[in-house]
Each structure stands twice: as structure tokens, then as C-alpha cells.
Design a protein around this ligand. Sequence first.
Ligand code: ATP
Ligand code: MG
Length: 209
Amino acid sequence: MDTARRRVGVMGGTFDPIHHGHLVAASEVQSWFDLDEVVFVPTGQPWQKADRTVSPAEDRYLMTVIATAANPRFNVSRVDIDRHGPTYTIDTLRDLSALHPDADLYFITGADAMAALLTWRDHDELFDLAQFVGVTRPGHEMDEATLDGLPADRITLVEIPALAISSTDCRDRVERDEPVWYLVPDGVVQYIGKHELYRASTPPAATTR
Ligand code: ATP
Ligand code: MG
């Protein structure tokens, strides 16, 4: 009887838009832990980003599908966008562990998100539900104090190739009419253009020539 448990990575994010920093992080952790699969989980209404308008969940979901479609080990889950109310990681992990009862979960976060771990809801139960994998991220040093009080055996820090890309920067670039080619996958560049995402909401005043 094969009793080996599957290993499933969970890459949560707003993905507004998904970029190559996310994809490299997921790919590195997949390889590092020999994961059977990495599930990307776009957030519903992100409670930490109440200060700005987040693009519609369906746009963020579709960009995530486009970006991951070619990788046989990458999948996308709708659990967070189909759940009403703000997204909490504890709910994401509860839903995914119910959907994958035969799997050990590996929750992948960048150094910045890891630092916020202690502010997350029910963080004790989080560590029962998943192993936490913190990946390095340029501009976000993870100091030892961040990990104080967290269960060392449930957290692994992984150094990944540094890609100084953020969704915020991608949005700002589109708004300024600067290119995002090679920062995000080609299909995502095209999706952003087709759906006119991240453009200033009021068109610039008409100019006379
Ligand atoms: P925003 O600028 O809108 O916050 P973001 O680029 O931080 O977007 P998120 O969707 O907030 O992207 O991040 C999802 C996860 O991916 C988080 O755990 C974050 O730390 C991680 N992450 C994002 N960009 C990188 C990167 N360049 N390298 C490593 N990890 C990253
Ligand atoms: Mg972020």
C-alpha cells in the first residue's frame, strides 16, 4: 500500500498582477521540497489592502491562470475568491486541507508577508495546518526577531534568485505608460492591455494640437 503523502505548495497572493517574482518563488519551493503541485490562491477581498482598490477577483484569477497554465505542476484555486468576506490565510488553509486530505501543505510567503505572520488571525492553528516557507525578497530583509515566538520546526527560510519585482511597481508602470514586458508573463501583458487594467480612472484631459 502506498502511504506516501502528497506535498502541495500553497502560494497565496493578491496577484494584481501576478509577476515573475511570484512564479520564481513557487518554482524554487516546488523544486526545493519536491512538491507534487503548487496551488496559487488569489485572494478575495484583501483585508490588508483596504487602502487601495484591488482589481476584480475574476481579472486577478484569469491572469493567474494565464501565467501558470504551461506548468504541469502549477494550478489555481478559487477558494478565496469564491468565499464571501475578507480573505484570511487560516480559511485558505482550512479549505485546502479539506480538499487535499492526503497532502501535507507548504504555505509559501515572501519575507515581507512572513514578517506579518504574527498579525494574522489564529496564527497558532496556521502552523498545525501547514509548513511555512519564507522566501527571500529584495528590499525586505527578514531579521531574526521576526521569527521569535514562532515554531522553528514549522518554518523554513529559502533563498531564491532575487527578482526586484512587485505588483505595485507593475501597476505604477502601466499607469505611467511604461512597459511591463518581461516583468510579467507575455499573456499577462496582453491581458492588462486588453482589459485596460491599471490605467488612471479619469482619462487625461484632451489636448489640442
Ligand atoms: P503588491 O505590491 O500589490 O503588494 P506583491 O508584488 O507584493 O504585490 P502579492 O500578491 O502581495 O505581490 O504577494 C504574494 C506573495 O508573493 C507574498 O508572499 C509576497 O511576499 C510574495 N512575493 C511577491 N513578490 C515577490 C518577489 N519579487 N520575490 C519573492 N516573493 C515575492
Ligand atoms: Mg505584497
